[in-house]
Write a protein that binds this ligand. Sequence first.
Ligand code: CO
Length: 134
Amino acid sequence: MLGRLNHVALAVPDLEQASRFYRDALGANVSVTQDLPDHGVRVAFVDMGNCKVELMEPLGENSPIAAFIKRNPGGGTHHVCYEVADIAMARQAAAQHGFRIIGSGEPKIGAHGKPVLFLHPKDTFGTMIELEQA
Ligand code: CO
């Protein structure tokens, strides 16, 4: 079912600082910052060639990553995203194996304009998994 690793998402308390660290200290190719108000995050992408690292800072009162930053004030790995060919089939497989899907259980349009599902980290060895239809 799983295709390529699409991105690793790191929640950070200060996106400008994290972007500078990747750009200046590590010499990486970092995108401009984007506000995604519908998703409650401000993001920048580090282009790793074979995949991306997504740096995310909470945006707004109801950011879905606000609680994560509260628990991990210095930042941390929020999720990894794997590509799947068919999100409906991925949803079915998750249900069959008893993995909880975050939210309504239905695929949503993710931060990159593609249908996604998030699997609960308690069912996936502590790291939340995002499945994105490639
Ligand atoms: Co993601």
